[in-house]
Design a protein. Structure first.
Length: 541
């Protein structure tokens, strides 16, 4: 693949409309689609097309493909046909990674970073620019799509001659949209994400992208071991991916399309990784995945999330485990009991609600009712009254009436939740909800989102204030942002507490006493290192 002569990107080859989709009479050829020609052949002002590009309204025909593990844009397809000109001299072994989205994406970005670094690649900050820029994308909402495309444009502005790769969920579900961008050189779906180091090594050596992909797919050890990390750059807590994929069919969610069926990592591999991270100085592990509450059901013999947590406690020296999101029907008494005060499971549960109206939950294809959600919250609090319980709520789902929304607000207001993640409904291509009627108008959707955000902020303030005077086991994360004399700590029940920096060792577990609040930030002091906080009566909420 020859290096670029200048920083200007060549335009993608013009596409013609296929015979099966052409709007033109038989015998009449469809015109080539240039920047000023619409699909119907009518000329349009350039300013019209530029406005539509900025809004993200223009999509390529190839975007209709539901899945594609690796897509090569037009300019690269030309390079595929041209004679190979030897190694790519403009590419050197420097790279950056920009991650959008969930903790699972963060984990996978770190796994890619570690493998590239071990292969002799030099990591650079995204804003520095690098020869290769990897964007790990997200598609949970339309805003996530927009951020993913914006990251590619920003990467091109930072380093005009860089080789830009987009991977992740947006790359898996909408590869054509990304492949049509002038800024993007390579699109790699989630299924080949772990092959990126081999693919990039092949391209650096002068291989065509398709050849590099085939070589990576054919290696003997492919799929023999799960993605692993030595840590997480800049984080005091380590992430461990225990499963991938989701077999649920929630009507609004594109994640099953992006991640595929559920696949659990064998307990033995996870135990080895946990012990390795503990030996590397990490005291808290975050178990992450797409649907971790169903962990182990696909294994032989089957196991469960609560049993995995027990095994990690029994077989490793890790100080504490924190869970990712767990569905209401998957909060078991055994799991809740592991989070009792003084235990090694952090008393922090993220339990998605989505709606407090049973009719809307049915339309969402959620397998529970508002009453079941309430029961799961009460189960956790019976075991540990100081536990932090957070949730997700979608506002303005199709068919949500004022009465439906009021039931959601009433349920959230009534329960002692610690925080909310609020989303306005965003139709995702390929999902059932995208075709549903009864969409709420934009103004009302914005109002409902604001109501929930305000309620969530009030819940958060109330929960944090209730912690004043109590003592918690907290992980020391590092210097407090904007406060050079303080260190930031994170308690088991998900409260950020600033303590005096002197003697605060990053990654260590410390007993932190919350003494007060200042400018919306909890303040405290280190009462000791290493031992769990004693059980005590929870403060009134």
């Amino acid at each position: 693949m020859p290096p670029r002569a200048t920083s200007r990107r060549p335009t993608s080859p013009t596409r013609t409309i296929s015979a099966t989709t052409s709007r033109f009479p038989a015998g009449r050829a469809a015109p080539e689609r240039g920047p000023e020609v619409s699909e119907s052949g009518r000329a349009r002002p350039r300013r019209y097309r530029l406005r539509r590009i900025r809004r993200g309204a223009i999509r390529s025909q190839s975007e209709r493909v539901a899945f594609h593990p690796l897509v090569v844009p037009g300019p690269m397809r030309e390079a595929e046909r041209a004679p190979r000109a030897g190694p790519r001299t403009a590419m050197n072994k420097t790279f950056s990674i920009h991650t959008i989205g969930c903790k699972l994406n963060q984990f996978e970005s770190e796994a890619i970073r570690g493998r590239l670094a071990r292969g002799g690649w030099e990591f650079r900050d995204f804003d520095e620019g690098a020869s290769v820029c990897i964007i790990n994308s997200c598609t949970v909402t339309s805003r996530s799509d927009l951020r993913s495309r914006g990251a590619a444009r920003r990467a091109r502005r930072i380093a005009p001659d860089s080789f830009i790769v987009v991977t992740g969920c947006y790359a898996e579900t909408q590869p054509g949209r990304l492949a049509g961008m002038r800024e993007v050189d390579l699109v790699v779906g989630n299924r080949e994400k772990n092959d990126l180091p081999e693919i990039l090594d092949g391209i650096l050596a002068g291989m065509r992208p398709s050849e590099a992909r085939k070589r990576a797919a054919a290696r003997d050890d492919r799929g023999a071991a799960p993605m692993t990390v030595d840590g997480l750059l800049g984080h005091a807590r380590a992430f461990v991916k225990i499963q991938d994929g989701c077999d649920a069919a929630c009507s609004y969610c594109a994640v099953p399309l992006a991640r595929g069926p559920e696949r659990s990592v064998a307990p033995g591999a996870l135990l080895r990784q946990a012990e390795s991270l503990a030996a590397g100085g990490y005291n808290e592990l975050v178990l992450t995945g797409v649907h971790i509450g169903r962990y182990g059901r696909d294994l032989s013999p089957p196991t469960a999330l609560d049993r995995l947590v027990e095994l990690i406690f029994e077989k490793t020296t890790i100080g504490r485990i924190r869970l990712g999101s767990v569905e209401p029907t998957e909060v078991t008494p055994r799991l809740a009991a592991l989070a009792r005060d003084g235990g090694r499971l952090a008393p922090h549960f993220h339990v998605p609600l989505q709606s407090g109206d049973d009719r809307i939950l049915g339309a969402m294809k959620r397998p529970y009712t508002a009453a079941i959600f309430r029961e799961s919250v009460e189960l956790i609090l019976r075991e540990n009254a100081r536990a932090a319980i957070g949730t997700d709520v979608i506002a303005a789902f199709p068919g949500e009436t004022a009465e439906s929304f009021a039931r959601t607000v009433a349920l959230v207001r009534d329960l002692p939740l610690a925080y909310l993640h609020v989303f306005g409904f965003s139709p995702r291509p390929g999902t059932a909800a995208a075709a549903m009627r009864g969409e709420t108008d934009a103004g009302e959707k914005k109002r409902r989102v604001r109501v929930l955000l305000d309620l969530g902020a009030a819940k958060r303030r109330s929960f944090e204030e209730s912690q004043i005077g109590s003592e918690h086991l907290a992980v020391i994360e590092g210097p407090a942002p904007g406060d050079p004399r303080s260190a930031r700590t994170l308690t088991g029940n998900y409260c950020e507490v600033f303590v005096p920096r002197r003697g605060a060792v990053p990654r260590a577990l410390a007993r932190v006493r919350v003494t007060g609040a200042s400018n919306g930030t909890l303040r405290g002091e280190i009462a000791g290192l290493g031992a769990p906080a004693p059980a005590e009566k929870a403060a009134d909420r």
